[in-house]
Design a protein around this ligand. Structure first.
Ligand code: SF4
Length: 488
């Protein structure tokens, strides 16, 4: 975006505010509440959860617990159960209870109305306090900076800051104080209805003429079906200015400047075959609790073959000499694990990938791997259609959107999608590639592409005790059991 004077930015912002006010004259807090206490509880529950889900949960919760004293006196396990589906329920229940005990002890059960008092309550940070003060008391002491406000204020060129702590004071300096609460509603409403993280509807946007679209990589194009581009940059324009100047580029060639979303990276090393399958299933089960995608890289303590959940054991036994044979939690055919690189992707319910059609998530994951190989200078392609040669064998012939190297399938995957989330289990038959590559380089390339293409902000992930115990249980009681392995 060309350098903009303070005065020009203020004028532009005034027009943005007027247009958003016209577009969303009824913008308001979308967390259902009837009083300050209900709003406080709903806002605590809304961390890492959608307003829609919170409203479903609070419908019953608010009938059962009517005062701070009710929450304070509730058995913790009962409260946890009541809010379980909002995720992180143990922490949230503990915070709600401790917060409400303080409300009873210090404020006779009432919610205080100063920033200082609110932020001393458990589970209440500046953002939650801003929500309560602005919406329950009509007091404008700050701007709520959630994921939408953060994304939109950057795209609109109102701030270059990346963290809520730094974005908020910049917005407070730009927006008239009496509009602070409404301003965040307008951005949140616009973010939900028009300016989505992955597919902003710039063509129909009510403020498109006022928006430099900072960081929007493919302006006005449907990015859902784009092909990732790993060609080097050819423009000398600074990143972000390209979109403003109408240069349409893929996200991959502009570095990792996508809006960032927390993703977890699990390097689980070499594990026994049954445990590998068990851990993937345990991860899928824990998705509602973890609430964010996990990319897992792993290996095998011994050669093995896995086969699809619905495959007949007798057919599998005949088709491969590899042992042990382990039934997978996902579909698909036989996969040899004697020299492959294996990975899993697990997405929580409500995540964009979870709602994709199976064919699209399959295409997307292989496009991701293709882009990672391209970064390593290995040219691969996605199969435009299926070519079958042997029944039930994953790497004999290929399916549509499998990854091919010189016409030969080198990567395939199997999926399971249920109400807990989406599990994708994939294998890259690296030895089939005619040049030697280090597995670690491929994993690094996968992470880099994930960051650039999907805005993944990686954090190392170590499974907690609950997850480990569940995986060990499943390994013992399910994936090692002949009754399951030979069930059909
Ligand atoms: S023009 Fe595009 S990026 Fe800008 S606010 Fe509208 S939808 Fe968002």
């Amino acid at each position: 975006m060309p350098r903009e004077t303070v005065k020009a930015k203020a004028t532009r912002l005034k027009k943005i505010i007027a247009a958003l006010d016209r577009t969303y004259p009824k913008a308001h807090c979308e967390l259902n509440h009837a009083d300050p206490l209900q709003l406080l509880i709903a806002t605590i529950l809304s961390a890492q959860c959608t307003d829609k889900r919170v409203n479903i949960v609070t419908k019953e919760l608010f009938k059962k617990y009517r005062s701070a004293a009710d929450y304070a006196a509730a058995p913790l396990a009962e409260l946890e159960q009541a809010i379980k589906s909002t995720g992180f329920f143990r922490n949230k229940a503990r915070n709600i209870q401790t917060c409400c005990r303080k409300l009873v002890e210090r404020y006779a059960g009432k919610v205080p109305h100063t920033m200082e008092e609110l932020t001393q309550l458990d589970g209440v940070g500046r953002k939650t306090a801003n929500v309560v003060l602005g919406n329950a008391f009509g007091i404008n002491v700050g701007v709520v900076v959630d994921t939408h406000v953060s994304r939109l204020s950057q795209r609109l060129g109102l701030t270059k800051q990346k963290t809520p702590e730094k974005i908020e004071p910049e917005l407070m300096a730009l927006v008239p104080q009496k509009q602070w609460t409404l301003f965040s509603h307008w951005l949140i409403w616009h973010g939900r209805r028009r300016c989505a993280a992955r597919k902003p509807d710039c063509l129909n946007c009510e403020i498109k003429k006022l928006c430099p679209r900072i960081g929007v990589k493919i302006a006005g194009k449907n990015i859902e079906h784009r092909t990732l581009n790993t060609e080097p940059r050819t423009s000398n324009l600074p990143i972000g200015r390209e979109a403003a100047f109408g240069v349409q580029r893929s996200m991959l060639d502009v570095g990792c400047s996508a809006p960032l979303h927390p993703w977890l990276l699990l390097q689980s090393g070499l594990c026994p075959p049954a445990f590998n399958m068990a851990l993937d299933e345990a991860l899928l089960e824990s998705m509602p609790r973890l609430g964010r995608p996990v990319l897992r890289f792993y290996g095998w303590t011994e050669p093995a073959a896995t086969f699809g959940y619905f495959q007949k054991y007798a057919d599998v036994e005949r088709a491969t000499r590899l042992r042990p044979l382990i039934r997978r939690p996902t579909g698909g055919g036989i996969v040899p694990h004697d020299a492959d690189w294996t990975y899993s992707l697990i997405f929580p319910p409500g995540h964009e990938w979870h709602s994709l059609k199976a064919e699209e998530s399959y295409r997307r994951v292989h496009e991701w791997i293709r882009a990672a190989f391209a970064k390593l200078k290995v040219a691969t392609t996605l199969a435009p259609n299926a070519h079958k040669t042997g029944p039930g064998q994953c790497f004999a012939g290929h399916e549509k959107f499998d990854l091919l190297w010189h016409g030969r399938k080198i990567a395939g995957a199997a999926q399971r999608r249920n109400k807990l989330g989406l599990l994708i289990q994939g294998s890259v038959q690296s030895r089939c590639i005619g040049i030697s590559l280090a597995r670690m380089d491929w994993q690094k390339a996968m992470c880099a592409v994930g960051c650039i293409e999907f805005g993944a902000e990686w954090s190392d992930f170590t499974p907690d005790e609950t997850l480990r115990e569940r995986a060990e249980f499943l390994a013992r009681q399910k994936y090692s059991q002949p009754a399951f392995i030979r069930k059909c």
